[in-house]
Design a protein around this ligand. Sequence first.
Ligand code: APR
Ligand code: ZN
Length: 282
Amino acid sequence: MHQTVESLSTWLHRIERWTVLTGAGVSANSGIPTYRDRTGRWLRVDPIQHKEFVESEAKRKRYWARSMVGWVGVDQARPNSVHYALAALERAAKVDLLITQNVDRLHQKAGSQGVVDLHGRLDQVICLECDELESRQSFQTRLLQSNPFVPDYQHIARPDGDADVPDNYVERIIIPQCRHCSGVVMPDVVFFGGTVPRLRVDACVESLSSAGGLLVVGSSLQVYSGFRFCRLAEKLRIPIIIVNEGETRADGMATLKIEQSAMNRLVAAIDQIIPSQESKSA
Ligand code: APR
Ligand code: ZN
């Protein structure tokens, strides 16, 4: 289905306030690879499960050995034109809430204010015992101090800050403990098999219940956690606009689907409806 930028800008203009749902496709042009390809095929090694992380020190060692290297790529990532365009759309009072499945904080770096990090945020860690929070940068410093043998070498950052490192580093990894209670520390993200905190989901449902439409950007919607909002929008009988360079699980529910050069066409459509000096100011 070939859709023009005009029909996208017409929809963006027509609906007063959108609930926006973004996924890894928004950050692809910031150098953070997606989880799945355009057909929805999984591109990664098997991701760590919540239960594995909590129960197995060996799995935690593997996670931190890889994250120690992968984090650098995510931390250095910068927002791209899509992040800035969505922040401009919010400044034009067209966005009720931006729900992101990404853990890279690029929407906030681009200036978006009303953001829910549905799957958490990679820039901080949390203690499983006492909920103490620590910045990921501070934890990275402690990781490097405890493991000087792990060299800083080229790596491909993954969406959740993973990277490929040799197994012989893993056994030797020393994992710093919580500074407050010496408990086990975890990245403040929702792993596979973990649950999104109820309050977070409620905020998203509340926004969607009062928004005029759901705008999905850069997500395959393969996981229920994001897809559930398409189901709710369908129940609420509000428009679902999907802008994604690939198939999604909700294509059959879409009022409009933009696929070809989706990201560029979204930026162009937002530029069309917002006074150019506004969206360029970012
Ligand atoms: N530019 C734009 N879009 C792209 C690009 C690109 N260069 N490359 C791929 N895409 C599209 C893919 O076609 C895919 O449909 O971006 C979409 C990203 O989908 P996913 O990788 O599945 O990411 P997402 O939908 O955010 O995944 C949701 O699943 O793995 C879990 O918790 C993880 O938050 C994640 C959730
Ligand atoms: Zn603690």
